[in-house]
Design a protein around this ligand. Structure first.
Ligand SMILES: [Zn+2]
Length: 357
């Protein structure tokens, strides 16, 4: 089968995506267009140079290079209409990938700080919501049904600034204040002493928000135990070193923690040597609940369907495997149970029957 046919088959799979950052979802053409529209000088004129400057299309040796690419995308977010536009385009592109339930995450505190406070968290949040609403409507016009839910991220999500208690509290308070707009909260602190944060996470949990944590390559497996035990996390992003620690691996499995995996992002950032060695396979073989995610589609210039294609080629995942993964992702979504049940009936049960018969 030629590649385009396979991509078309994979594109049609109804999908659930739980881990994608708005700040890292700017499409390359939009990035260039927003530079011109906002009068921000571009560093090069040739497209190849610009791609090299803004995108991570090959694995990097140094994680800092990956963070630098993220930082280079942030300059366009000083403009409210650019924020709305990126939210809208992100939703439209996920709908085109046949994503039915999409959890989009971003950090109002981080984005506001990037503008040095010129744009308030509330202004940014309203712009995101307006963009999402427009994106959902545009998708529906195109007969694509997508349900979008927002996750509020911690302020140090991209590690451009040191962790501080005030920034963390700001993020938590914003999420609580806008409780009706968010389904979850993403904790990104890896190096900080999180003990003092515990009461804040209690409040998030009591407010009914789901809690997920970023556990990237520099997080000790023992720290993940703390995040689950004390900070109420029910989902973990990446968890790249967990399979090396059999006690933590068993602990997370026992607690039925859902793993949000984004293999291409981890390989291109240099955190995992190659796709064959990505822990997603260990998690799936170990019976974990796992989701497949694009994480930073704009930085990677990579769609969710591309991610499915990569996994199909690397591990031979077939339609039944993808269906199972999406059912687990749907189950682990922070969206309301009635919404999940409706989407299950509409888009997944029929496929389940086809795949079993
Ligand atoms: Zn992430």
């Amino acid at each position: 089968m030629i590649m385009t046919e396979m991509l078309e088959i994979l594109r049609h799979i109804p999908k659930v995506e739980l881990h994608c950052h708005l700040e890292c979802a700017v499409q390359f053409t939009t990035l260039l267009d927003e530079h011109r529209r906002q009068g921000i000088p571009l560093p090069f004129t040739a497209e190849a140079d610009l791609r090299e400057y803004f995108l991570i299309e090959e694995p990097v040796d140094d994680f800092q290079r990956y963070l630098l690419a993220i930082e280079r995308h942030q300059v366009i977010f000083g403009d409210v209409s650019a924020i709305s536009r990126v939210a809208e385009e992100t939703v439209i592109s996920k709908a085109a990938d046949n994503v039915k339930l999409f959890e989009l995450r971003y950090s109002p505190t981080y984005m506001s700080r990037q503008t040095k406070g010129r744009l308030s968290q509330s202004t940014i949040h309203e712009a995101v919501k307006a963009g999402v609403t427009r994106g959902v409507a545009a998708a529906l016009n195109n007969n694509q049904d997508i349900h979008v839910f927002l996750i509020c991220c911690d302020h140090v999500i991209f590690k451009h600034s040191p962790w501080d208690a005030d920034g963390f509290k700001d993020s938590v308070n914003f999420a609580l204040h806008h409780r009706a707009d968010f389904v979850g909260f993403d904790v990104a602190c890896t190096e900080a002493d999180m003990n003092p944060c515990s009461p804040f996470l209690d409040r998030l949990k009591d407010a009914g928000l789901g809690i997920t944590v970023h556990a990237e390559s520099d997080m000790e497996p023992e720290k993940i135990r703390f995040l689950v035990d004390r900070l109420h996390a029910t989902r973990v992003g990446h968890g790249l070193h967990v399979p090396e620690d059999s006690a933590i691996f068993a602990y997370l499995k026992d607690k039925r923690i859902h793993m949000e995996e984004a293999p291409t992002a981890n390989v291109r950032s240099g955190e995992v040597e190659n796709l064959q060695n990505h822990p997603i396979q260990r998690y799936i073989q170990g019976g974990f609940s796992v989701s497949i995610n694009s994480d930073d589609p704009g930085i990677l210039d990579h769609t969710l369907t591309d991610e499915y294609h990569v996994l199909h080629h690397t591990f031979g995942y077939d339609m039944a495997t993808f269906l199972k993964i999406n059912l687990l992702a749907l189950h682990s979504s922070f969206a309301a149970e009635d919404v999940k049940q409706k989407l299950l009936d509409l888009y997944f049960v029929r496929n389940l029957k086809t795949s079993v018969s």
